[in-house]
Write a protein that binds this ligand. Structure first.
Ligand SMILES: *Cc1c(COP(=O)(O)O)cnc(C)c1O
Length: 401
């Protein structure tokens, strides 16, 4: 997205501001389709939690994606956006049976990640086929906080408990129509991922009524120049061949499913902030912006790196800065960053702000959540207004004390 355009958007809609570009979402979606073009039955389910603005969901509907949801509210948002229940998969962790029942009654594909709920669900609804989430006990990525397929993880049913799953299936008469894994968000090594898929293929052979195999996600995107990212083309070439071979072995053409979030929307978004203060201290130069961890928590939550550049002075002399937020606790967006010289009033642009940014935002420090703008076919659309003071009070009951 062009610097001049972004600056004009902050003048039009204010700051801070999230801006998303549908053309980048579409090209990332297309990359997966191309990488797996040999597989006839391919389904991509966008992981709603990455960015759940209803207009983003509607765009995914338009390009024929399905969605992956982790709460009943995400299911309802998907239905509101126009998705048919069959194009929604519900993959929650640790939710009550009643929440799963609610989703099942809407007709969405259920994915169960523990034996307790599997048994109860099978007992009550033997005629509704479900998918099971398997934990392959593989450490797929570097970042522990976002790796979910390893032995200590709370996600999925252990690969060692397949006999128990089979016993539940036999006892209840339920059908398993899919097997699923999701190893986390940081796949660096394709061969480790492929090792996990072999575990899932072996699991699949244990169930006779499968319609699909869901390999989850975890595709890594680049955050800075020279960053390693998942080579989706290489993964596509290798896994497609292996998948088709497996289908022959299984005796049926299954659907291959992925549920990426970050890969599809991360790079499609930027976050724009206005520099309030440039402060020189004995050890540093701080650039304080009109936002904080309330709007973009990833750097503070899991040391995520967001490239920050000064779009008001893109070719200025580069200096070192601590870019910080206005929240009253340590609130660092970027430390020791080389950025072209910053003046008060400049607009700083944060890259990779399409995934897990707005969707993790809060009202901490009683700040408003920012506005969101979508660029589509060369036009900009306000897709969420900035909150107002009334929003802060909306659900609070005033009591006479
Ligand atoms: C979060 C999540 C995803 C998406 O992960 P990304 O790293 O954003 O691609 C997919 N599947 C499940 C079950 C998830 O919880």
């Amino acid at each position: 997205m062009d610097n001049k355009l972004l600056i004009s958007l902050t003048q039009k809609y204010g700051s801070p501001l999230y801006v998303y570009d549908t053309s980048k979402i579409e090209s990332q979606y297309q990359r997966i389709l191309n990488a797996f073009s040999k597989v006839k039955k391919l389904k991509i389910n966008y992981a709603v939690k990455a960015n759940s603005n209803i207009n983003i969901l509607k765009f995914f509907k338009k390009i024929n994606s399905g969605i992956d949801t982790v709460s009943i509210q995400e299911v309802l948002l998907g239905i509101e956006a126009g998705f048919s229940p069959e194009s929604i998969i519900f993959t929650p962790n640790g939710v009550s049976l009643s929440e799963i029942e609610e989703a099942a009654k809407l007709g969405v594909q259920i994915n169960i990640d523990n034996l307790s709920v599997l048994e109860q669900f099978g007992h009550h609804y033997p005629n509704i086929p479900v998918c099971v989430r398997i934990n392959p006990h593989i450490m797929a990525g570097g970042n522990r906080k976002i790796s979910v397929g390893h032995i200590n993880s709370k996600f999925g049913i252990s690969i060692h408990q397949i006999p128990h799953i089979k016993r539940v299936v036999e006892n209840t008469g339920m059908k398993i129509n899919g097997v699923h894994m999701h190893t986390g968000s940081d796949i660096l090594d394709i061969d480790v991922f492929l090792a996990a898929t072999e575990i899932l293929f072996n699991t699949a052979l244990e169930f006779q009524d499968l319609e699909f195999i869901d390999f989850g996600s975890g595709f890594k995107v680049p955050y800075k120049e020279g960053d390693i990212s998942t080579n989706i083309e290489e993964l596509g070439a290798k896994l497609s061949t292996r998948f088709l071979e497996f289908c022959k072995e299984y005796g049926k053409e299954l659907t291959l499913v992925f549920e990426p979030g970050k890969f599809l929307v991360s790079e499609a978004g930027v976050f724009l902030t206005h520099v309030n203060v440039v402060k020189h201290t004995p050890s540093n130069v701080f650039a304080s912006v009109d936002s904080g961890l309330n709007h973009l928590i990833r750097p503070m939550l899991y040391d995520a790196y967001h490239h920050i550049h000064n779009i008001s002075n893109p070719s200025g002399r580069e200096r070192y800065y601590e870019v910080v937020g206005y929240i009253c606790e340590t609130d660092t967006f970027g430390s020791n960053r080389r950025i072209s010289e910053i003046s008060e009033g400049d607009i700083l642009c944060f890259n990779n702000a399409g995934a897990y940014c707005f969707s993790m935002s809060s009202n901490y420090n009683s700040r408003f959540k920012p506005a969101e703008v979508l660029i589509h076919n060369g036009k900009d659309y306000l897709i969420r207004k900035q909150e107002t003071f009334n929003d802060l009070l909306k659900n609070q009951e005033l009591v006479d004390l």
